[in-house]
Every structure is written in C-alpha cells, then in structure tokens.
Write a protein that binds this ligand. Structure first.
Ligand code: TXA
Ligand code: MG
Length: 321
C-alpha cells in the first residue's frame, strides 16, 4: 500500500467512510483514526498498530453536544466537559449500547475526547460518525508528533496521513473520570492537574495505572525508545556508565562537559510546557543516532513535568520478563 501525506480533508473523509484507517493530527499526538462505530474499522486499527485488543481506544467527537449520543453523562459531567473540551483531556463515561464493545475492550465505559486541532475538527464535523483513535505509532514505541513520524512507523500500512503540522502539546491527553464528587486522574497528560484544579472545586485523586500489559512473557513497554533509557540521579548514572556513549536528556542546558556525553536540553529556560512539546521528537532524534544509553533526570513534579516523568519512567522498562 502506498502511504500519502497530504492536507486533503475530503480524501481522508472518503477513506474513513470506506472503513479505512487514516492518521490525523491532534494538539497532543497524531492519532490512527477509523470509524468508531464500525467493528471492521476498529479491528483494522488494532491490526495496523499491532495492539492487543484488551487495550481500549478513545472515541473522538466534534462537540460536547454529541456526548449524550454515546454516553449517559449527567448535567454535572456535561458542565465539566464544556469547561475543558476541546482540549488535551479525555473523559471516561458510561457508554450507550451503540458504542461497540470492541472499542472499549468490553468495558461499560467509553473514553471520549474532543481534539483541539482545526483540520481534525473540520474532518470530524464532516463525518456522520465519531473517530476511534489511539496514538499513530506501532504499539510500544514513542507516540508521533509529526506526519513524518507517523510515516516512519506505519509506511505502507495505511493509505493516508492528514498533515496538520507538529503537535503543539506533545504528550497524550489527560484521562479523567468524575466519581462520587471526586475527579479521578487515570493518566497524566497534556492538561496539567494544576490547570484542572484551577477551574474546579472537585478534589483531584491520582489513580494512574501501569499501562504495560499484565501478562507474563517478553513484552515491550509503552513509549520505549530502542536505545535503553534510565531515569535517576544524573551524576551517579554518568559515573556508572562512564565507558558508554551517552545521550543526556535534561530539562535545561547543563554545564557537564564529558566527551562521551551529548546533552539534549528540552527547554532553554526550563519551561515544562515547552519541554513536553519537545519530548517525543527528542527521544526519536536520539534513537536515530548511535547512543549506547539515554540517561534522564526526574523532572519537577508540577505542571506538564508530571506527564513527562510518567512517560519517561514507562520508557525505562525495555522488556518485561
Ligand atoms: O491524546 C490522546 O489521548 C491521543 C490522541 C490521538 O487523541 N490518543 C491516545 O490514545 O493517546 P492511546 O490509545 O495511545 O491511549 C489511550 C489510553 C490507553 O491507555 C487506554 O487504555 C485508555 O486510554 N482507554 C481508552 N478507552 C478506555 C476505557 N474505556 N476505559 C479505560 N481506559 C481507556
Ligand atoms: Mg499510545
């Protein structure tokens, strides 16, 4: 199959209407989209990504007006959704029967999100179905934040990549659920806990899960680079691996001068939002060079630093025995 990169919404729409899968831009990362109401299209997404079918997919919609079409959201939930959507936030909601079980991996809840990207919003508006979309990478690798990244991972496997430029947020959406007047955060992501907290009185409870499949055997972890990645105290790690060719992933430029170490600062000024937007491109960039190891620090646990720490700590485990 020939994979085309373009900006033609009509082309994307026609392919999606034929149950094909198409990569789409969002403000967080690129998604691998298909008709969320078609089992055929959903099955194709799992197959192209090589993703286990027990890992459910997010449903992308155009407007909060559509939430009640697919879920039993009450007025409180709708009011909450209207405050934060469109944006890098996904809500888990009790699903209606029209939502295929294949999409939710058998769960009675569906994850819903409105992506804040003009091309994709236009595409969603032109369709008469919502879009299922996981990140557009082969399962286990770093998520794509440009059309070029999508091509690198899925060339020949999908017909079309809708090019919407580089994703501005750069990490996946924050996944939340309203439960007994509390806001449960299931995945840290592009909308910071502080931002959510500044707009709601609900107590926020972190309940993030290990996304690695809970089965035995050799399993690739999430967000993993091919180059082994270790997170921890930078000075002692540099000492421990002093005979290796090291890529040092850090928040700010640093004054370490060692011939075996190349520094990849994510922000000149130490800005965590900027750092998040550069994280995945930098991990991919490092992976294309011949480093023995990636060493990274713990980022400050605030703002998007939390999502960065989450992704980096998951990337640490190369294989699970
Ligand atoms: O920013 C994002 O969320 C991107 C863009 C493309 O929208 N999408 C994304 O999808 O990151 P994915 O599939 O890579 O990650 C979705 C996460 C998975 O950890 C999945 O287990 C969880 O959402 N999820 C989806 N549906 C769920 C459900 N019904 N119940 C619990 N977790 C769910
Ligand atoms: Mg993903």
């Amino acid at each position: 199959m020939n994979t085309i990169i373009g900006t033609d919404i009509i082309e994307a729409k026609e392919l999606l209407e034929k149950d094909e899968v198409v990569a789409i831009p969002t403000e967080t990362v690129y998604g691998l989209a298909g008709n969320a109401l078609s089992e055929k299209a959903i099955a194709k997404i799992f197959e192209v990504k090589n993703r286990p079918q027990f890992n459910p997919l997010i449903m992308h919609i155009y407007s909060t007006d559509e939430i009640k079409k697919y879920t039993y959201a009450d007025d409180e939930v709708l009011a909450f959704a209207k405050q934060f959507m469109p944006g890098p936030l996904t809500m888990l909601l009790k699903k209606k029967n029209s939502v295929p079980d294949l999409l939710t991996a058998g769960s009675d809840k569906v994850a819903i999100r409105i992506p804040k990207h003009p091309l994709t919003l236009q595409l969603l508006q032109s369709l008469d179905f919502p879009l299922a979309a996981p990140s557009a990478n082969p399962s286990g690798y770093v998520s794509p934040v440009t059309a070029e990244h999508v091509l690198q991972g899925l060339k020949g496997k999908i017909p079309y990549i809708l090019n919407g430029g580089a994703c501005v947020v750069g990490v996946e959406s924050t996944i939340v659920e309203l439960q007994n007047d509390k806001l449960i955060v299931h995945r840290l992501g592009g909308m910071s806990v502080e931002e959510i907290q500044s707009k709601t009185d609900l107590p926020v409870v972190l309940q993030t899960h290990d996304e690695r499949p809970q089965t035995s055997g050799k399993m690739k972890s999430h967000y993993a680079t091919k180059t082994p990645l270790i997170m921890g105290d930078v000075n002692s790690l540099l000492q421990e691996y002093k005979s290796k060719k090291i890529a040092l992933l850090s928040l700010k430029p640093s004054d370490i001068h060692q011939s075996n170490v190349t520094i990849f600062p994510l922000s000149e000024t130490g800005n965590l939002t900027e750092a998040a937007s550069k994280l995945f491109s930098t991990m991919r960039n490092i992976d294309e060079q011949s480093f023995d190891i990636i060493i990274t620090e713990h980022f400050p646990d605030k703002g998007l630093g939390r999502a960065i720490n989450d992704r980096l700590s998951r990337a640490q485990y190369i294989y699970k025995e």
